[in-house]
Design a protein around this ligand. Sequence first.
Ligand code: ATP
Length: 115
Amino acid sequence: MTDIKMVVAIIRPDRLTDVKRALSETGAPSLTVTDVSGRGSQPAKKSQWRGEEYVVDLHQKVKVETVVADTPAEDVVEAIAEAAQTGEKGDGKIFVLPVEDAYQVRTGKTGPDAV
Ligand SMILES: Nc1ncnc2c1ncn2[C@@H]1O[C@H](COP(=O)(O)OP(=O)(O)OP(=O)(O)O)[C@@H](O)[C@H]1O
């Protein structure tokens, strides 16, 4: 049976348009996008509010979740990485997770056919 994988990418918000395009071109156009904030090795920023200095250590990012069955997860990772990279700290990370099963609400299909 075909493996189902979820590729979770945390990327810069301004790379989203290019990442969406890259995913479509790779044959994996379906995705879920969430605004998130997070922390990696990107340094904290100092800001001021009403004269008080404070540290912003959580950065605005976008989480892109793509579940694939027929398209290899490695291709999805490569497409996202290429489209999301600027070379600066904070470009993000990509994780690949196994997916137990899938269910298509409209048709009742399950497994890879539902993806
Ligand atoms: N180990 C992790 N677990 C969960 N989320 C992470 C992890 N590493 C990074 N992230 C998420 O990815 C975002 C971007 O990470 P960032 O690019 O700063 O990390 P890095 O890959 O460690 O460093 P850099 O690419 O800057 O050298 C973080 O703000 C966070 O949301």
